[in-house]
Ligand binder design. Sequence first.
Ligand SMILES: [Zn+2]
Length: 157
Amino acid sequence: MSLTLTPAHLESIRRHGAADYPSECCGILLGQAQGDAKRVTEVVPLRNLRHDPARAQELLPLADPGRETEKNRFLIDPLDQLRVEKGARQRGLDVLGYYHSHPDHPARPSIYDRDHAWPWYSYVIIAVERGTPNEVTSWVLAEDRSAFRTETMAMGD
Ligand SMILES: [Zn+2]
């Protein structure tokens, strides 16, 4: 699998990560897929619903809401997801994956990330260290859900 995006897409993910620090940011990647090659055409920044703990907890309960907050968890509002998917379909685009930030943590998926991922989709993670965007990586869950594999990121134009 490979994920191609432009420097402008990457910059918009980096900016979002920095803007929402020390909380996790999140968003959806739209574009076109041909076989194993995904090409991003739009980066859609969304609100991390964990900022609304009562509603988020209702939708997808956390085991330890005292320690799990918007600073180390993200949740996309299902209404946002539906709206973005619908708009994408109308323009002949697909949801290729998702991005989120890891404030003061490496750009590697957590166990929580793995447990809440689906195969095929790209999961882009941006590490943000003390407010400064750092490494960006992309991951794809194995079909049997056993592990995340790094996905090649390519720069397009
Ligand atoms: Zn994560």
